[in-house]
Ligand binder design. Structure first.
Ligand code: SF4
Ligand code: SF4
Length: 85
């Protein structure tokens, strides 16, 4: 997959006070790694894909993004806490 192709994949974006969590549904295989690792229970699986259920609770630890084997989730921090990009 080229970077150019990846940029064109449809995305689902959740936003809260400057924080952004982006899912690329086609990459997500619903393995639940991110759901189980998330310390704040922000993520859920619905129809075999990850969904952002409680973005307001996200502490921007980035674990979901770092540990997703399929690069299906991306977190951009608000810059207020935790890591930001
Ligand atoms: S770890 Fe990645 S592939 Fe697995 S459910 Fe989460 S976003 Fe989807
Ligand atoms: S950044 Fe951390 S708290 Fe936020 S959704 Fe990902 S694992 Fe959960």
């Amino acid at each position: 997959m080229s970077a150019e192709k990846a940029r064109k994949e449809p995305r689902v974006v959740a936003e809260h006070e400057g924080r952004q969590i982006t899912i690329i549904p086609r990459y997500c295989k619903g393995c639940e790694i991110c759901v189980k690792l998330c310390p704040k229970s922000v993520l859920e699986i619905k129809d075999f894909k990850v969904h952002v259920a409680r973005i307001q609770d996200c502490n921007e630890c980035m674990l979901c993004e770092i540990r997703c084997p399929d690069f299906a989730i991306e977190v951009v921090g608000s810059g207020k806490k935790g890591k930001s990009k």
